[in-house]
Design a protein. Structure first.
Length: 190
């Protein structure tokens, strides 16, 4: 082989490497995945990295509870039904439907928490007490594990406010008599 052939081989290898590096950089720019807030699995014997004080100070503020009397009439229950399809693997919302991995959600709005017969609720949900108010459902759907630490529900939650409102509007309709809406401008129940 002469030097011209070797130059072609080396050039093609370098060209391929440059192409792969360029595709990698472009894919990172398009498909950016932020690092997780906490480790999914803790390795024994390995120290956890501590956050910088500035990062801890930049924690998100608590989300304001909307005026359900004003926003729920405008929520789209059909869009909520589409979003709730994600929940169908674990929940059923038909009247008299079965409990699955999670409890049946027919009539959940206004129902006492941890009260559906035949379902073994986690201690975290049992400890909450009270009825499922609009505010409780709103906060639970945002991040179930934050609302009830220790819950068996592994769903990450719905970060978008409108998605949660749409799901609540859908769940409200899954009852013989939908739960009454609070008066517009009324202070949300705690």
């Amino acid at each position: 082989m002469d030097s011209n052939e070797w130059n072609k081989i080396i050039g093609s290898v370098l060209g391929t490497v440059l192409f792969v590096v360029a595709v990698h950089i472009a894919s990172q720019a398009v498909y950016y995945a932020p690092p997780p807030a906490k480790a999914a699995y803790v390795v024994p014997g390995v120290e956890a990295k501590t956050e910088a004080p500035a990062a801890a100070a930049a924690a998100p503020a608590a989300e304001a509870i909307p005026d359900f009397g004003a926003v729920l009439p405008m929520a789209d229950a059909m869009a909520g039904a589409m979003i709730a399809e994600r929940c169908a693997a674990c929940h059923d919302w038909a009247k008299g439907g079965p409990n699955k991995i999670g409890p049946n959600l027919f009539g959940v709005v206004g129902r006492p928490k941890a009260s559906h017969p035949g379902f073994d609720y986690s201690a975290a949900v049992k400890a909450k007490g009270g009825d499922w108010s609009y505010a409780d459902l709103f906060n639970f759907l945002r991040q179930p594990a934050v609302y009830a630490p220790g819950t068996k529900m592994s769903f990450a939650g719905l970060p978008r406010t409108q998605d949660r409102l749409n799901v609540i509007a859908f769940l409200r309709m899954q009852a013989d008599t939908p739960a009454p809406l609070p008066a517009a401008g009324a202070a949300p129940a705690p």
